[in-house]
Design a protein around this ligand. Sequence first.
Ligand code: PLP
Length: 400
Amino acid sequence: MNSFERDIAPIAQDPKVRSAIYLDHHATTPIDPRVAQMVMRVMTDIYGNANSTGHGIGNAAASVVEQSRAAVADLVGAEPEHVHFTSGSTEAIYLAISHAIGNHRKAPLRVALSRVEHRAVVDTLLQAERLELVEITWIDVDDSARIVWPSLETALQAGVELVCIMAANNEVGTLYPVNTIAQKVHDVGATILVDATQGAGRMTLSCLDSEIDYLALSGHKLNGPKGVGALISPIYDPTKTYGLATSHRATPNVPGIAGLGEACRLMRLEGEAENTRLSLLRDRLQAELLQRLPGMVINGEVGNRLSNNLNFSVPGAPNDVVVARLRDTVALSTGSACNSGAQSPSHVLMAMGLSEELLDTCLRIGLGRQTTEPDIDHAAEAIATAIIEVGNLLSGDEND
Ligand code: PLP
């Protein structure tokens, strides 16, 4: 018995893990078997160092990297030479901010960010602020997590130099008009960082003509591998990042990059149909839940969400108890993967001004490529039952 069979197989084969309906695709997506096959083939057959192009074996690896670069660029309407591979979005965001600071002649850099950005953006900027490398202005959102335009305009007029706006929110799914915002940002001579981790492949994005200065995306949100992503930027230069910038080129993660490229290629080919299918399934789930749960409130902008997102609250049923009750039946979450487990309420829902009751009871559902109609019907039944049972238990109405 090898160590995989001894240590990992029992986890993978646990019937509770295997039979749960997975509805947490904003946290991560399962790898598409076609992508996994590509990763495996490249890992075993194309083992060269893509930087060692003095021989055919290295050249083969380099050409895989170049093909993937083109596929990633194609998904977001960018030039292939502007694609810089990273270990995921967190690193891409870090590099973009580090470059914006390092490229700036005198600190601090004036940065504006929306109040609903992901922690990867927020925490990096808060740390930079503590080091007096940036000055932060917050851009407000309304109760649907939409940008409050006067708040953005005020930041732009005040001479901000970098604006961070995500393409799509990872909790409530709200979609942002990033290309329109990029135009306004460029009109005042500033640059824009777009965190497209959730949006890439699920909305129209264009990086053509240097419309977006920095864009981050990640393989594992696109049915690709974990630990690989990209910073797409016409201005990024690794020698100009803040701190110990280096011109050394690390050995590329060729199998991971191949997987990211294949995931982007499939998303480009199939994404539109997939988004239509998922939005119909999401609407079906939403309707079934609304029918069973009269107190249910949908969080976010109903007409302008990610096709696979449903975030809602049902007062009276605390979300951590509901998620624990559903543990072996439906995998869903109380918020972003970075918040789950932590008791602090979501900064996104707080920025939207939700009442404490809605904050305590919010649930986030993310559908994905392998979600089926029977999954949705089973999940609706299980989720509604759990919420009703928890509500009854806590209100002392066990017999209702
Ligand atoms: N930005 C958003 C909007 C996300 O949803 C995530 C992951 O949850 C990240 C950034 C971080 O991405 P990664 O896991 O690739 O570092």
